[in-house]
Ligand binder design. Sequence first.
Ligand code: NDP
Ligand code: 2IT
Length: 449
Amino acid sequence: MNSYLEKVLRDTEQKNIHEPEFLQAVKEVLTTVEPVVDKHKEYENIALLERMVEPERIITFRVPWVNDAGEVIVNRGYRVQFSSLIGPYKGGLRFHPSVNQSIMKFLGFEQIFKNALTGLPIGGAKGGSDFDPKGKSDNEIMRFCQSFMTELYRHIGQDVDVPAGDIGVGAREIGYLFGQYKRIRNAYEGGVLTGKAVYYGGSLARTEATGYGLLFFTREMLAAHNQTLQGKTVTISGSGNVAIYACEKAYTMGAKVVAMSDSNGCIYDENGIDIELVKEIKEVQRGRIKEYLNKHPQAKYIEKTGEDSPVWTIKTDIALPCATQNELTLNSAKILVENGVLAVAEGANMPCTQEATDYLLEKGVLVGPAKAANAGGVATSAIEMSQNSMRYYYTFEEVEAKLEQIMVNIFKSCKEASEQYGCPGNYVAGANIAAFRKLAKSMKAQGIV
Ligand code: NDP
Ligand code: 2IT
């Protein structure tokens, strides 16, 4: 390996020894951009890579709130403002008990590259809390969000840092966060958060954007290999925002979705998943995917028992991991390959372990990397920001057309970079290289900051 890359990788490992997810994300990028770094000896003199892997700022804060029983609970809040190279810090907020600094940093790091691929003016960030929204009342969610924003407000702004949703943060949470921000600031800064409901400043099609974008990307990737989604079988992990709209679009494109999951297990319906029912159970009632069987007793439910998700044991042409990081292991990848999988496109962030990705690529499976394949969500967030600046709204069709064009362009960038740098068909490397080139050029242009 290039000696400069090797040194940066070693130093990053030493400095962040307790952050495995962050190191995993950095390692994947650094190893794949080697051909670019080889061509630019000047990067070492300006410590380009060292700066790229060090967040501009990490904010952690106390989030005290009172639950319905009158007890005081203390959670930890984060915002990792990773890079403002090409625009205001931009990225979602995750509320999940597993949230820690390593997860926040890996997500913030990935976001820089993803946002660069969209071609829109947005930097990279991530935030959230170890707060668990499961089982909480609306009032508890509201009090938590208000307390979280009472600290976060001083660090964000429509030209500074623009948070949005992620796991555990949807339109309800964004609404409570926005209300508190507006109250503290005494100004209607519509563009300070994205993923707002459409009746007070949100963008049409933002809810659908990540899932729809994933399918546009998948369609393009398949087309480049003379394949289509028509008549293909699809399995999807998760049953949240990304998974639901991925399923919806897969149907529109002529595929059949036979499995979905949540953190407890997966449902298999050979007739095709009834997506309206999944929406009702997960979006409206905030229930468990298992409840699907109450209405469709012919479907099967497989409980998750070990580390691997049962959803990947189901035979499929196309697998769409849309739940969380490292949810598709080498073991699962082997089963998918044995069952003849054609493509894996990542709706979640870093859902495949490094070993799983390597194995899939080695076996000739098409892999749509998260940074590219799920960029439709943040791209539509940027379109929401621009509508807020213009004080004007696009129609659903207008936003969707822009989203589709962005996803087509992203796939094209990944493909071209993979061909130009000697790894045709490896879109994991292609995405990293295409984004890295743009960021490296911007970094050089802006001096040592
Ligand atoms: P949601 O909170 O709407 O849904 C998350 C889904 O994933 C749920 O079905 C949840 O199951 C499941 N899940 C979460 N954590 C785990 C876990 N540790 N193990 C197994 N299953 C889990 O989140 P989103 O749909 O918004 O996000 C899903 C993924 O997509 C995340 O990786 C996110 O970072 C990524 N993403 C999201 C974007 C967006 O715009 N929302 C944009 C780009 C990427 P359960 O109900 O049991 O908790
Ligand atoms: O991971 C992601 O890209 C998101 N959660 C969406 C971020 C955003 O700012 O819309």
